[in-house]
Design a protein around this ligand. Structure first.
Ligand SMILES: NC(=O)c1ccc[n+]([C@@H]2O[C@H](COP(=O)([O-])OP(=O)(O)OC[C@H]3O[C@@H](n4cnc5c(N)ncnc54)[C@H](O)[C@@H]3O)[C@@H](O)[C@H]2O)c1
Length: 335
């Protein structure tokens, strides 16, 4: 679908205008709904990649598509020459998934995660109309950039990703930094720690576990189940984007531009304890099968929370048992 002249140039009313890339995905669609509810005009870009079913992405976008302040541009960022003139860019488009990032598939990761980010940053750095209007460029990074480092994971520690996916997300983070430094693009990078909740991608653990346990199917745990994750509820991840874009910096100056922040739910639990919590939420018993550890998976993730609290005024609100209860209720609602 070609972007129209109005979409690219923007218009002059006072409604805040946002671009959400990856708007049909799990987090992007939820952020889109939130911004629309908050009164934004939202332009979404998504290429409906085949990583998972298009039908799920269309369901994600169903409400937004009915909204008068939403416009969808179905395009591949890498193929676009110009992007909408907006106040805020929320860049979520990416090829996600750690385990699929090996071998020839890495080409997709370098394209969708690194090249696409560079295209966007370069446009907002240099376009004479878009550049002055842009107030914030919020990039969705990942805890996968850390690798197996000392816990809790702090933003100022050396990072050493252990998956090709993590490398691609880190490269894009570096691009955000260097476009900030050289061209003053107002970037902020958010390192999400395993996001879950309604619309979660079908390849992700909690989605697979809840659906299998409800059906009585076996679930596979890779490794011995002692590995831990700091789970983050979707509404908290969305709120972090809004905070990164809008929150008045505590110092009175946007000192956080060019910086990275952990977005972790404060819900670090082992995979075994997670299964027990899902059993509690569903009222059903899991049938567990164990398999070898997967290459690229880290043993633990745990976000140090202080920097996001101090820099963005953001902290996670939803505890894991409450988040699972909401997620199970959403699935029980037929989705
Ligand atoms: N879900 C998590 O737990 C998690 C954790 C850490 C980081 N992240 C990051 O958050 C972001 C969103 O993740 P998600 O789970 O919602 O993924 P998702 O796969 O549901 O959504 C990503 C969307 O981006 C689109 N896309 C990919 N490449 C594109 C391109 N070149 N042009 C246009 N659209 C393109 C896809 O079609 C997809 O709809 C990603 O950047 C991901 O790396 C997610």
């Amino acid at each position: 679908m070609e972007a129209s002249k109005k979409e690219i140039e923007g218009d002059s009313d006072n409604v805040p205008k946002a671009l959400v890339t990856g708007c049909a995905g799990f987090i992007g669609s939820t952020l889109t709904d939130r911004l629309l509810a908050d009164g934004f005009e939202v332009i979404g870009i998504d290429r409906f990649s085949d990583y998972y079913a298009r039908e799920l992405k269309e369901q994600n976008l169903a409400a937004a598509m009915q909204h008068p302040r939403f416009t969808l541009i179905e395009e591949d960022i890498v193929e676009m020459d110009a992007f909408p003139v907006v106040d805020y860019v929320f860049h979520l488009a990416a090829q996600a998934g750690v385990r699929a990032s090996w071998g020839r598939s890495f080409d997709i990761y370098t394209r969708d995660n690194i090249q696409a980010t560079q295209r966007l940053l370069d446009f907002y750095a240099t376009d004479a109309t878009a550049s002055p209007r842009l107030k914030r460029f919020v990039y969705s990074s990942s805890s996968s950039v850390y690798g197996d480092i000392e816990l809790p994971m702090r933003e100022d520690r050396m990072v050493q990703p252990v998956s090709p996916y993590g490398v691609s997300k880190l490269a894009a983070e570096h691009l955000c930094y260097l476009y900030r430094k050289n061209f003053c693009v107002p970037t902020v990078s958010l390192r999400y720690f395993t996001v879950y909740g309604p619309r979660q991608r079908p390849d992700m653990g909690i989605n697979k576990f809840v659906r299998a346990i409800q059906k009585g199917d076996p679930i596979t745990i890779y490794g011995d189940g002692t590995q831990t994750r700091d789970f983050t509820y979707i509404d908290d991840a969305v709120e972090a984007n809004v905070a990164a874009a809008l929150a008045a910096p505590l110092s009175g100056k946007p000192a956080y531009l060019g910086e990275t922040f952990n977005i972790g739910g404060g819900n670090r639990i082992s995979v075994r304890d997670l299964i027990a919590a899902i059993e509690g939420a569903t009222g059903k018993t899991a049938r567990i099968e164990y398999a070898d550890e997967q290459k690229g998976d880290v043993q633990d993730t745990w976000a140090a929370a202080a920097k996001a609290e101090q820099g963005l005024g953001w902290s996670a609100k939803v505890r894991i048992h409450e988040g699972l209860r909401r997620y199970v209720a959403w699935i029980d609602g037929g989705l």
